[in-house]
Design a protein around this ligand. Sequence first.
Ligand code: NAP
Length: 249
Amino acid sequence: MSKSRIALVTGGGRGIGAAICKKLASDGYFVYLNCRQVNNQVLELADEIKSAGGRCRIIEFDVTNRSEILQALQNGFTHSRLDALINNAGVLKDNLIYQIEAEDWNNIIQTNFFGALYVFRFLEDKLLNADRARVVSIASISGMRPRKGQLPYAVSKAMLIEWTKRMSTHSGFESARFFAVSPGPVTTRLIMNTPWYKDRKSAQRIPLGRYAEANEIASLVSYLLTDTCCIKNGSNIVIDGGFMQTAKE
Ligand SMILES: NC(=O)c1ccc[n+]([C@@H]2O[C@H](COP(=O)([O-])OP(=O)(O)OC[C@H]3O[C@@H](n4cnc5c(N)ncnc54)[C@H](OP(=O)(O)O)[C@@H]3O)[C@@H](O)[C@H]2O)c1
């Protein structure tokens, strides 16, 4: 890589986001690691990245809070351009359709869809300053085939996938590339409290025979940012061990 590239990962403190931060730092990126609130886990992650020779800076904001995002970027984002924005922050709350409160709908859509949109909007100019910026949004196979109990989550991810497709042809963004990545179940805190996580049959329904690991998603994201990536702009890439072929509602 000739000149150092800059990436920002939302929800980078743990799970898939943390794996992406580590991978991109090891690829040579200067990584802005976003978290809602700095805690020991986030500080240890930043130390781990730096000890391995990587560069990163923690940037604290809640993706649902526009004034907080703006202030954090104004104070903490010091580069003139952004090469890669990874919309990763997300929340999940399973519930039966008739028991979903409006508040849960709002929180899930605000975080998973509008959170990505707000951060993108505030960083639009920096992305346009990059030669060929990439915006990778972590969606889900739920956004393509909703599972029982996941309606707000599924809707939020479907919105993210559709937004990605539309942005790829949006005038003014010809030089940028937009991708959605749709994982199946990944072993992170997000799904550990779901009723199906510990059910062995759940993993057995996946042709691969197991849930994915966060670093497998990070490797795909890393590839999407390379100059050799030939996946079509606007694509939604499924990484689910074949689960989409077998998943029931
Ligand atoms: N795990 C899976 O099976 C799976 C499958 C498909 C897609 N995904 C998607 O992958 C992404 C990462 O999830 P994960 O599995 O790594 O889950 P995770 O371990 O629960 O991590 C979610 C991350 O998002 C952050 N976050 C949540 N709300 C936020 C907000 N308002 N502002 C800033 N950050 C916020 C969390 O920060 P806090 O520490 O502050 O809560 C956390 O760092 C999500 O978009 C998720 O929908 C996950």
